[in-house]
Design a binder for this molecule. Sequence first.
Ligand code: DC
Length: 219
Amino acid sequence: MSGSIIVAIDGSAASGKGTLAKRIAAHFDFAYLDSGSLYRAIGVAVLRKSGDPTNEAQAVSAAKNLDITQFTPEDLRTEAAGVAASQVAAIPAVRAAILQFQRDFAHTPPHGKKGAVLDGRDIGTVVCPHAPAKIFVSASLDVRVARRIKELRAKGELVIEARVRADLEARDVRDSSRAVAPMKPAEDAWQLDTSALDADQVFDLSKNFVAEKIAKAAV
Ligand code: DC
């Protein structure tokens, strides 16, 4: 065990968990790890070699040789990267290859920070099952489609709504039905449906929840 305070934020694609996790980390001055970006980088690494993200040997090799400095945020935030991430993430050996890195980050956060916020799909269930504060963020498919379209348009990407919807639906099914570490709320996670909330409301509710958990953990 470490003295680090761990906040686990899981949830579906485009649920708003990334925005929330970043704000929680900034508020409490904790380190932040977007675990999805690791899977995205592995997926993009396979695509860069004209490979197939569902091919186990290719995906595992990319995971074991992962050099995150080779990717800009723009490389990782495309829809294609998200789909490839979801594909490599369904391969158990890929997950195993990056498990320890995530745990080390949580238990020994960089820059001497006193805590870490990790977001993903299995942080509360597999990566950090003993985290004192766990939030599972969800939102209806319609709301997530609208949010993702807004995000893509802001980046100047050409958006086809039916395509965004189909991609999100396919990722939901793949992420929640895989055999290893499927997306699901931990038993002790606080489940937050953000469909009718804006980002500030989500942050305020979550900040209070995390502050209470930190206070309890310190007793
Ligand atoms: O959070 P995101 O949309 O950037 O994640 C991209 C994909 O990576 C997601 O569809 C599933 C996978 N993922 C995962 O399986 N486990 C995590 N902890 C984080 C992401």
